[in-house]
Design a protein around this ligand. Structure first.
Ligand SMILES: [Zn+2]
Length: 326
């Protein structure tokens, strides 16, 4: 479990939370908004830990006291983490919160409820939570995490202090990867390419040794599309769609490939390219496209990504895309 000082990025939010603690103005409810994997939960846990710690040093938890150890081991009696069971947070889970909220803190001065993916709450659960948010209580703090503010009840949002978590910069992710793992430049580049400002995602990618191969293989298919017959395209589409999770990754790879080609055409600046190990191939590929065509290709890929987020047939979607790219 991280302390505030170990967190990459989000310094404004961290200062705000530290000030709230030092001025004894911790809010009844916080809503942390931002993309997946950028550090919302890490920050929430560091905040909880700092609130519990019995010997704070410079606005941060000490990491050693009994409270810190309990938080570290995930068994602090006053920290309750709630995440969706199945696909949503349900009314029974919020009723459980209600019961605990009616009691005094077990050990310290405050009970913390950390709710993840609050956008998945059923309407009953959200209304039940709203009642709790409407009754400020010095001894309780809620920290709600969400990637999709538009899916929340506005009445819930208006009860919370909102902290926005932006995607991390390339420099911040690089620092995070170097700090956490001992990585080569090539792996860091690949992780950055695919992570889209999410350190969590970048860490996952770098731990997946297969990914380098998957990218190379995907790009070979893409670059040879013009030579494939219809039958061959059908077969490749079937191969690519075999794993839905991996299909999403492959589409990211393809999108970033065309993005690089476009960027090269527009700027002739190698430093901007994400696929740094393809620097000789990208200018060659760029000869085959107009910028206009590249924009259209990228919007087709994004359209396919949106389709895949609904329940369409993955093989069919990628097949149509491949025909379009050809
Ligand atoms: Zn401590």
């Amino acid at each position: 479990m991280k302390l505030f000082r170990d967190i990459i990025g989000h310094q404004e939010n961290i200062h705000l939370l530290q000030n709230a603690i030092s001025q004894n103005q911790v809010a009844h409810a916080y809503l942390f908004l931002g993309p997946k994997g950028v550090g919302k939960k890490t920050t929430a846990l560091a905040f909880a830990r700092t609130l519990f710690c019995s010997c704070l040093t410079e606005g941060d938890a000490c990491g050693h006291c009994r409270c810190c150890q309990q938080a570290n081991e995930g068994n602090h009696p006053d920290l309750h983490q709630i995440s969706p069971t199945g696909s949503s947070i349900k009314i029974d889970q919020v009723r459980e919160i209600q019961k605990i909220a009616a009691l005094k803190p077990y050990q310290g001065q405050r009970v913390i409820f950390l709710l993840e993916q609050v956008e998945t709450m059923t309407p009953e659960a959200a209304n039940c939570l709203l009642k709790l948010l409407e009754e400020p209580n010095q001894e309780i703090s809620f920290i709600l995490l969400s990637t999709q503010p538009h899916a929340l009840l506005s009445t819930v949002v208006s009860r919370c202090q909102i902290l926005s978590f932006r995607a991390l910069s390339t420099a911040e992710i690089t620092r995070g990867l170097k700090q956490t793992l001992n990585l080569g430049e090539k792996e860091i580049h690949l992780a950055l390419t695919l992570a889209g400002g999410s350190l969590g995602q970048a860490l996952k990618i770098t731990q997946d040794k297969q990914l380098q191969n998957i990218r190379d293989e995907t790009l070979i298919i893409v670059r040879n599309l013009k030579k494939l017959t219809l039958n061959e395209i059908c077969r490749k589409a079937e191969e690519l769609a075999a794993s839905r999770d991996m299909l999403a990754v492959r589409l990211d790879i393809i999108l970033l490939w065309y993005r690089d080609i476009l960027l090269w055409q527009l700027t002739r600046n190698q430093e901007l390219l994400l696929n740094q190990d393809y620097l000789t191939l990208i200018p060659e590929e760029a000869l085959f496209y107009t910028p206009d065509r590249l924009f259209r290709i990228m919007s087709k890929i994004e359209q396919t990504q949106r389709y895949l987020n609904t329940n369409v047939n993955g093989r069919l979607a990628i097949e149509v895309l491949m025909l379009n790219l050809r």
